[in-house]
Design a protein around this ligand. Structure first.
Ligand code: DHE
Length: 592
């Protein structure tokens, strides 16, 4: 069904059992934001809460139980293992691996012992108005588990193992040496229009031909595989799992396959390759959540060359942070540099890769909790969300400095790589949607032609609802697509809003067309969620994943960008939990 909508109600709260089904309960963590008010939060009460990292690879690490000081009860190793698993899956995303606090409060023993066992027990059971989930009364943890957790918090924090060069080299395997690889493309695949599709819960990616929609291959990758990025030449596809395993796939082989792998830590989310002229395919870089570091690798073999720790001072109060996670990493097109978002310290590093021995890093003070972001249409400016601070940070990658920090006016911006459109009066702008409300914000990106609007939020208007994760467009398209993946309402989470860009009018909320993709694709079981539009190479089709629970039917639906009609529904039993999609041409050239 296709319907037209005007502006809708702004705030949407999220309380969805189906969401836990898809995401796992570990997503169910409340952030203790300064803005939170009123009654104890159910841990799924807001979209941004259920999107908190679940460090479930770390949860599998065995850490010896620490001894207990006088007056504190010790845990057996079995109890300690259980507590660690619960902590990393459900608590560490907010309170930090080392319990020093992140978006949630610090839980170090000096503080917890002061509070005492009874306080901790009831705090975990009932939660708090500031955003601590009510783990007991919600039924997520049993009283026995809460007792263990209260005791666990009185002990010294577990410190999971580091992952330095020796550990990395042990996991590094070159399956096909560069000299044994083809010297030219050996298959008849249309590589530029190939899509790498994340099959999240299967730990695989599907390579799907953009012309025939045929699944050419399904390849095993890391656990809860997260994203794919292309090498600048379009030959190598890099895939990273949440378990920090990187797989490098050679698309030139007769049957594209993994030619090198490495594990770069225990928990990771980001991977990128060098793109500056003359440095194409030379290096890859992966950032981890644990340990807090990034590693630069050889672009042909994934050999780890240089590990850089991100531990250090927070940008403003200049207090030490022991575990700043690495979020988005992009390659600069203007300098031989990687742009690295460091979450907790609020710093963006521009890492010059021309001389790894004498590494030069430009460190820019920005805002805490940097997450994802992308480039403007000229590729000169990197625009990224400090999402728990409701801000967009803009970096001038040519000059190597901060251009602006702007409040989006919405709650928890989540742009993905964003979308570059040309607004009829504001000119070139970049769009982000929000997790915490239904707003879409447009920021001016043309300091030369529209100087008065540069880095200002020039428009903010409603789309379908809260819980949006990604926006998408293409230079050949006149449409802006906005999903609402984490919205509790199945009709909304299964739909996308489509805005006609050339009809946008300054100061007016634009009308949009709603495409109920789940209905259009004929998916009946579960709560399939429409997520992350991605265009084909020519920009005349947009693909959305319909992401269902792993035991339910999922699909990819292909929409004709001109007519907004369904061109194809790709259904296949191998398409288990499809989420991100990365078109080779668009990903290698940063086309969005
Ligand atoms: Fe992602 C990008 C982190 C959950 C799908 N995600 C990113 C990036 C980061 C990140 C840092 C930017 C990478 C880059 O550009 O280098 N994601 C996290 C988390 O910490 C979080 C919130 C929780 C977690 O435990 O991992 C998380 N992400 C998810 C999902 O649940 C999603 C929706 C489904 C899935 O497959 O896991 C998801 N994230 C994506 C996608 C991108 C992404 C599809 C790339 C978007 C793009 O267009 O570039």
């Amino acid at each position: 069904m296709v319907t037209s909508h005007a502006a809708k109600a702004r705030q949407v709260l999220l309380a969805s059992a189906a969401l836990s089904l898809i995401l796992g309960t570990g997503f169910a963590l409340a952030q203790e934001q300064e803005t939170a008010t009123d009654p104890a939060q159910d841990h799924t009460s807001q979209p941004q809460d259920v999107y908190t990292p679940e460090l479930d690879s770390l949860a599998t690490e065995s850490v010896p139980a620490p001894g207990a000081p006088e007056g504190v009860e010790a845990l057996t190793q079995a109890e300690y293992d259980e507590a660690n698993k619960i902590y990393f899956e459900r608590c560490a995303g907010c309170h930090g691996v080392l319990r020093n606090g992140a978006t949630g409060k610090a839980l170090t023993p000096d503080l917890t012992r002061e509070l005492g066992y009874d306080y901790l027990h009831s705090f975990i059971t009932y939660g708090s108005p500031a955003g601590m989930p009510n783990w007991g009364t919600s039924g997520d943890l049993t009283d026995e588990q809460i007792q263990i957790m209260a005791k666990y918090l009185l002990l010294d924090p577990a410190s999971p193992p580091e992952f330095g060069m020796a550990a990395m080299r042990e996991t590094w395997h070159v399956h096909v040496a560069p000299e044994d690889r083809p010297t030219e493309k050996m298959n008849d695949w249309d590589l530029e229009n190939l899509f790498s599709v994340t099959l999240r819960d299967a730990g695989q990616i599907a390579l799907i031909d953009g012309g025939s929609y045929e699944i050419k291959s399904v390849i095993d990758t890391g656990y809860a595989v997260h994203i794919s990025r292309m090498s600048a030449s379009g030959r190598y596809l890099m895939v990273i799992g949440r378990d920090a395993k990187v797989d490098m796939i050679d698309l030139w082989m007769e049957e594209p396959a993994v030619v090198a792998t490495i594990k770069v830590g225990s928990e990771a989310r980001s991977i990128e390759t060098s793109k500056f002229e003359g440095w194409e395919d030379k290096y890859a870089i992966a950032g981890s959540y644990w340990p807090p570091q990034y590693v630069i690798m050889d672009g042909n073999t994934l050999e780890p060359l240089k590990i850089v720790s991100t531990r250090g001072m927070v940008y403003d109060d200049q207090e030490y942070h022991p575990e700043p996670r690495v979020a988005a990493i992009l390659a600069s097109h203007y300098r031989p540099e990687f742009i690295v978002n460091i979450k907790e310290t609020g710093k963006i590093q521009l890492v010059d890769y021309t001389d790894l021995k004498n590494l030069k890093i430009t460190e820019i003070e920005t805002e805490r909790f940097l997450h994802d972001g992308g480039l403007d249409s000229t590729h000169r400016y990197f625009i990224t969300a400090a999402n728990a601070r409701n801000k967009l940070v803009v970096i001038d990658t040519k000059e190597g400095k901060l251009a602006s920090i702007t409040d989006t006016g919405g709650l928890t911006p989540h742009p993905g790589r964003g979308a570059n459109i040309i607004h009829p009066t504001h000119g070139p702008v970049w769009a982000t949607s929000h997790l915490g409300d239904d707003s879409v914000a447009l920021i001016g990106t043309d300091p030369e032609g529209h100087a008065d609007k540069a880095w200002q939020i020039v428009e903010s208007f409603p789309a379908l609802g809260g819980g949006s994760l990604f926006v998408k467009t293409h230079p050949e398209s006149n449409h802006l697509y906005v999903d609402a993946t984490l919205n509790p309402d199945a009709e909304i989470s299964g739909s996308v809003a489509v805005f006609n860009v050339s009809e946008m009018v300054e100061g007016e909320d634009p009308e949009f067309t709603t495409l109920n993709l789940v209905e259009l694709a004929g998916i009946e079981g579960g709560q399939a969620r429409a997520v992350q539009g991605e265009f084909n190479k020519d920009g005349n089709e947009v693909w959305f994943s319909l992401w269902n629970a792993s035991d339910q039917e999922s699909a990819i639906v292909v929409i004709d960008d001109k007519t907004l009609e369904v061109k194809k529904v790709i259904k296949d039993e191998r398409l288990i939990t499809p989420t991100g999609k990365f078109n080779v041409h668009n990903t290698m050239g940063d086309v969005y």
